[in-house]
Design a protein around this ligand. Structure first.
Ligand code: PMP
Length: 437
């Protein structure tokens, strides 16, 4: 008799109850029932090494986060209209990790909501609407978040840029017009921001904000060239606009060298947006800004989010920060990430298909190309590798406008041993027929 697996019974029911645009990873979808630190377990109890998920920042089902959540759930979970020490403690702990001028917090429930709010703050402060965004950027699933996400509005089903949005080229030192070898690349990409400002002004409008993912992730795990943000922020601020840093993917130590992506370029944004990893799986979004911007927003209309800043969310968020510190996870991200990048670069020497290896800490991208001259994207090989690694029980993903970038972005408890195992298996898959060019 045929064995009925959870996948076989769940998949048809899922297809009936959800719309077709709810995507599944992998040709043979995974049914996952348990998680622990950097490991996931399927319905047979088989172990998968998680090299992909950044939401479980300190690890899936981290015992301290689980215990803090359970404890608080038994005591109280209510909203920000009542005083509770957890809320101010979390806000103080978060802001103490940011530059002094970023001292006022708003708590919401997701990265999308946080970006929506960031844009409202920018508009309230500047009295302007127009917004500059980076091509291939992604900021969330709500109406306005899609309006500022070229990945969505220029992608399948999208309706193009709204008339208040200016798109600048993604600051991609590998595939973009200005290469990483050019010491002026940062300024040259930033000049496009300057031009976008001028286009807005030429329409007799003003700039509200420049928003981008500090290290574009959906754009292909990119690290913009040095000087980019300094020049871009100067152009935006000179026109009266505010600079919003979407640190949803890069924040809280993932990049190893610094706690926040913007620090790598010596700039301080006016508004920082945090999400996914800060709650380790519990839905938390945060917007942190200056007292001046917060004051412009406090115009009489109440700001309230039923679940944003709930007692439970604040207790969990606070515990995530403690675990990051007490387990030295930023240092671990740097150590393991550097080890892995070295290993990936060694693989690059043996495989012409690996056009570029980039990253910082445990934020990494491996760009696959058919030719190192034309940079023609090797999308099929990328998909093949991800599916084959799944058969080796290792999870990674693909990203980038051509889906040809292997995306490696594990929980920060990922070890050198895990990295070695991933590299070993990746080396084996790269020797298989579909990866030969
Ligand atoms: N910003 C960035 C950079 C993201 O990667 C995401 C989610 N992938 C979001 C915003 C939206 O976050 P959420 O899905 O929690 O709304």
């Amino acid at each position: 008799a045929a064995v009925t697996t959870a996948t076989e019974t769940v998949l048809p029911r899922r297809k009936k109850r959800f719309a077709g645009n709810l995507k599944l990873s992998y040709r043979a979808p995974l049914t996952l029932l348990r998680g622990y630190r950097q490991f996931l377990f399927d319905q047979y109890g088989r172990t998968y090494l998680d090299g992909y998920n950044n939401v479980p920042h300190v690890g899936h089902c981290h015992p301290r986060i689980v215990a803090a959540a359970a404890r608080q759930n038994r005591l109280l979970n209510t909203n920000t209209r009542y005083l509770h020490p957890a809320q101010v403690e979390y806000a103080e702990a978060l802001t103490s990790r940011l530059p002094d001028e970023l001292s006022v917090c708003f708590f919401v429930n997701s990265g999308s909501e946080a970006n929506e709010l960031a844009l409202r703050l920018a508009r309230a402060h500047t009295g302007a609407d127009d917004t500059i965004v980076m091509d291939a950027g992604y900021h969330g699933n709500t109406n306005t978040a899609i309006d500022i996400s070229p990945y969505k509005f220029n992608g399948p089903g999208g309706r193009g840029a709204p008339d208040w949005v200016e798109v600048v080229p993604v600051a991609d030192p590998y595939r973009g017009p200005y290469k990483g070898s050019d010491p002026e690349a940062g300024r040259k990409y930033a000049d496009h921001v300057r031009v976008a400002v001028e286009r807005i002004q030429a329409r007799d409008r003003r700039v509200a904000a420049f928003i981008c993912e500090i290290f574009p992730s959906v754009g292909g795990q990119l690290i913009p060239p040095p000087g980019y943000y300094r020049h871009a922020y100067e152009a935006v601020r000179a026109a009266g606009g505010v600079c919003i840093a979407d640190e949803v993917q890069t924040g809280l130590g993932r990049i190893g060298t610094h706690q926040w992506g913007f620090e790598t370029q010596g700039v301080v944004p006016d508004i920082v947006v945090l999400g996914k990893p800060i709650g380790n799986g519990h839905p938390i979004g945060a917007v942190i800004t200056t007292p001046a911007i917060a004051a412009s927003f406090a115009n009489g209309m109440e700001f309230f989010s039923t679940f944003g800043g709930s007692t439970l969310a604040c207790v969990i968020g606070r515990e995530v920060l403690r675990v990051v510190d007490e387990e030295n996870l930023q240092a671990q991200a740097l150590d393991v990430g550097t080890f892995m990048l070295d290993g990936l670069r060694a693989l690059q020497d043996d495989h012409v298909m690996i056009g570029d290896v980039r990253g910082s800490g445990l934020f990494m991208g491996v760009e696959l190309v058919e030719s190192r001259d034309t940079l023609e994207p090797a999308q099929k090989a990328a998909s093949y590798i991800v599916n084959r690694l799944r058969e080796h029980r290792i999870l990674i993903g693909t990203d980038g406008p051509f889906d040809n970038v292997l995306k490696i972005r594990p929980p920060l408890c990922f070890t050198r041993e895990d990295a070695s195992y991933l590299l070993h298996r990746l080396a084996a898959v790269l020797r298989e027929e579909p990866c030969r060019i």
